[in-house]
Design a protein around this ligand. Sequence first.
Ligand code: ADP
Ligand code: MG
Length: 250
Amino acid sequence: MISAQAIHKAFGGNEVLRGVSLDLMRGEVVAVIGPSGSGKSTFLRCLNHLETIDSGTVIVEGEVLAQNDASGKAQYVSDAQIRKIGHKMGMVFQSFNLFPHLTVLENIIEAPMLVQKIKRSEIVPKAEALLKKVGLLEKRDAYPNRLSGGQKQRVAIARALAMDPDIMLFDEPTSALDPELTGEVLRTMRELAQDRMTMLVVTHEMGFAREVANRVIFMDGGNIVEQATAEAFFANPQHERTQAFLQNML
Ligand code: ADP
Ligand code: MG
């Protein structure tokens, strides 16, 4: 679903990604863990073009987003093609990013109507089905400021799903939540995984990574230091830095 090869990204002189490669298979759930500042968010943002890469290759479902030219500098495809590829991916952020002036339902139907030109009469039932799926149909007409953090994040997930993505990217979706509210969001994500959604999840929730992820990637200092099946990763971390990180988390 995603093939990212040798991704390099610097902000000014700060080299944040130093040759990161990842292949994500259909239906796979991959957890990305690592210390703050290791480049996890930047990597996710490079995959869906919220950031541009300096060099490397990004291919999404067989379609090239960017690849190196002869000088080894990444060149992007046309804006139209970038948009098309972008729509394959839904993203959920730590900070929810709901529109405060729109109701829950309006938040969900906005992008499908504006971007995909789907008729309101068609998208409303679908939005309601998604709200039912995340357990929030009764909040259909509420404004975001009336929702708990966990509810906001579940709406954000429903909103991303309304665009019919093939891949879902999550950047620390529970990190801004009070501990008692993380469970409901993780449950929604677990159900999505059971529905065989392809998911790349940056998370500090080791329980979730262990139980739901097929594969775990550990990033440090702009590199993937270690990756393994979730089982092997937690039972037998190989790298010293992984061991130290896990010791602090568990
Ligand atoms: P993580 O998500 O693992 O905490 P990030 O990808 O957010 O790490 O950040 C990695 C490094 O890149 C940090 O040093 C951060 O300060 C820097 N960085 C991230 N985004 C930007 C940006 N837009 N401009 C400048 N530096 C950035
Ligand atoms: Mg981050």
